[in-house]
Design a protein around this ligand. Structure first.
Ligand code: PLP
Length: 280
């Protein structure tokens, strides 16, 4: 039976309850991680835990466990799920306090984690994305649970028959509502640099590593909205989507509207890399 972890206990999800005064509920005061599990091995655990620590520290919280303690929790969760490919969802809030903004009122974090099978749609023919103003805040490097802008952006995308919203701030691409963005022009792969305007995606960094190992030309630089529309290929990446080709942007095709040659190569390299991923 699938078990979830809540504040030191493993239990069925129906028995995992949160106090209504939890600051995650009243203020969205917390952070999270999504960590893929391939071949039942937690993928890139060090990077995910590092990003979790950075997110926690940025909101004046401490990492509650060391790597071994997290590993032990993840192992039990993964063992309780009947699937080789899973994604761990982990959320830490500042815990319970009376409903006052003052963070010093909360002194015991709420720690929740669960693992679920990855159910991926087939995006190999490419997806449509919309572009939209980046309506989020100035701390997008924090993986904060306050996701209302992203929820609305994905809803707008859906209303336009699209799967993702690619966000534009001051004329430049930041990232997707829940993904990082790559463009390809003249065989060079470009992605936006890590700033406070983007989440430092772990998939992004895996892809960058694989591209460099395989001698692709890669440049991390600001991408203008115009460059996005003029690209030969556009990809978005995330832990659960991996690498997805964008073939339509609003009412425009990207290049000839077909999945690009480089995407197919990089997708194959990524799949191979995943299959070899038996040890963390
Ligand atoms: C805003 C945002 N950017 C980028 C990503 C991709 O990050 P990762 O590759 O670590 O899943 C996500 C993932 O959900 C995200 O929400």
């Amino acid at each position: 039976m699938q078990l979830v972890y809540l504040n030191g206990e493993f239990k069925p999800i129906a028995e995992a309850n949160i106090n209504v005064l939890d600051r995650g509920f009243t203020f969205g005061d917390g952070v999270y991680e999504v960590i893929p599990v391939f071949n039942r091995v937690v993928f890139r655990i060090d990077e995910h835990l590092k990003r979790l620590k950075n997110s926690l520290n940025a909101i004046f919280m401490e990492m509650p466990f060391n790597k071994d303690e997290w590993q032990e929790i993840f192992q039990q969760l993964v063992a309780s799920v009947d699937a080789n490919e899973q994604s761990i969802y982990l959320q830490i809030t500042r815990g319970i306090s009376e409903r006052e903004h003052d963070i010093s009122l909360a002194n015991s974090p709420t720690i929740f984690a669960m693992s679920r099978p990855i159910k991926n749609a087939d995006f190999s023919k490419g997806i449509k994305a919309i572009t939209h103003n980046d309506i989020r805040w100035d701390y997008c490097h924090i993986k904060a649970i306050t996701l209302l802008p992203s929820v609305l952006l994905r809803h707008l995308a859906k209303q336009h028959g699209a799967k993702e919203a690619i966000l534009i701030k001051d004329g430049n691409v930041t990232e997707g509502a829940a993904s990082n963005v790559f463009i390809i022009k003249d065989n060079v792969v470009y992605t936006t640099p890590e700033t406070n305007d983007v989440l430092p995606g772990v998939t992004r960094s895996v892809i960058l590593g694989l591209l460099k190992d395989n001698k692709f030309n890669v440049v991390e630089k600001t991408i203008s909205e115009q460059e996005l529309f003029d690209a030969d290929e556009v990809w978005v990446s995330s832990s659960t989507w991996e690498i997805v080709p964008v073939t339509q942007l609003n009412d425009n095709k990207i290049a000839d509207g077909q999945v690009g040659r480089l995407w197919q190569q990089v997708y194959d390299i990524y799949q191979q890399f995943k299959q070899c991923y038996c040890y963390s």
